[in-house]
Ligand binder design. Structure first.
Ligand SMILES: Nc1ncnc2c1ncn2[C@@H]1O[C@H](COP(=O)(O)OP(=O)(O)O)[C@@H](O)[C@H]1O
Ligand SMILES: [Mg+2]
Length: 260
């Protein structure tokens, strides 16, 4: 009997993105293994957001290939990305502020629901069943992220750190295999960042998902990630364990004057 080969969930090979004269990504390659947390770091303008936008198919790329579960991402249209199993949060919160936490979370499930507009409008039995399933899932996700106490509260009435948890909850509703987090610690205070670190670990182990995390908060990235990938001027300059990447001379150089 052969052991099943450890398969990369995500495999990025030689991805290049140009905007006019600017090469935002220059032949970037890396792999993310299933069930791991990978941190993506780099100074401003390094290409982190561009890479994220390639992964969620907001941007096209001129060269290279991205395989998700061994299949080219370009086989899937941008609106099919959530159904494929890739979820994301945004750097700037994208919530419905007057709606309750629970309703915002529920919306995340509809990206993946099978019912069409007409059967939804007619409230056919299978739609009602689907709504019940979504409701049950929302309750689970709300529990997992400790949002029970504020489930009925309008999002606008909550502190920023809690709003960010709501966004995370919504992204989990589509049951992603790969979760892309865009600066989840942005705007959080010291205590909240520590809470986030524990929460990401809990989500990862309970839901067995894989995460790719763009983050400026070095302490968080280094403590939460299994693997860290560093970009500078569109090129990958380091890829390894947090300890390896932290000591990489190119990484230290890239951050001098930025972090120091
Ligand atoms: N839509 C765009 N049009 C033109 N240039 C862009 C666009 N998006 C990013 N860039 C450029 O690509 C480079 C990488 O940007 P970005 O991916 O946003 O970096 P990071 O997220 O690491 O700060 C920068 O020089 C930026 O100005
Ligand atoms: Mg950016």
């Amino acid at each position: 009997m052969q052991e099943p080969r450890a398969q990369a969930l995500l495999e990025v090979t030689g991805v290049t993105v140009r905007f006019g004269g600017i090469t935002a990504l220059d032949g970037v390659s890396f792999k993310v293994m299933r069930g791991t947390i990978a941190g993506l770091i780099g100074p401003n303008g390094a290409g982190k957001t561009t890479l994220f936008n390639c992964l969620s198919r907001l941007y096209g790329f001129s060269e290279g290939e991205i395989l998700f579960e061994g299949k080219p991402l370009t086989d899937t249209p941008p609106h099919g990305i959530a159904a494929l199993g890739i979820g994301r949060t945004f750097q700037n919160l994208a919530l419905f502020r007057t709606m309750s936490v629970r309703d915002n979370v529920m919306l995340g499930g509809h990206a993946r629901s099978a019912s069409g507009f007409l059967s939804n409008a007619l409230r056919l039995p299978h739609v009602q069943r689907e709504e019940r399933q979504l409701g049950a899932r929302a309750s689970q996700v709300i529990d997992l992220l400790d949002l029970q106490a504020v489930a009925a509260t309008p999002v606008a009435d909550l502190p920023f750190g809690t709003q960010k948890r709501v966004e995370l909850a919504r992204a989990l509703m589509s049951q992603p295999k790969l979760l892309l987090l865009d600066e989840p610690a942005g705007g959080l205070n010291h205590e909240e960042v520590d809470g986030l670190r524990l929460l990401l670990r809990r989500i990862q182990s309970e839901l067995q998902l894989t995460m790719l995390l763009v983050e400026h908060h070095m302490n968080l990235v280094m403590r939460v990630s299994d693997q860290v990938i560093a970009l500078d001027f569109g090129r990958k300059i380091a890829d390894g364990t947090p300890a390896e990447v932290r000591e990489n001379p190119d990484v230290v150089r890239a951050y001098l004057g930025v972090e120091a």
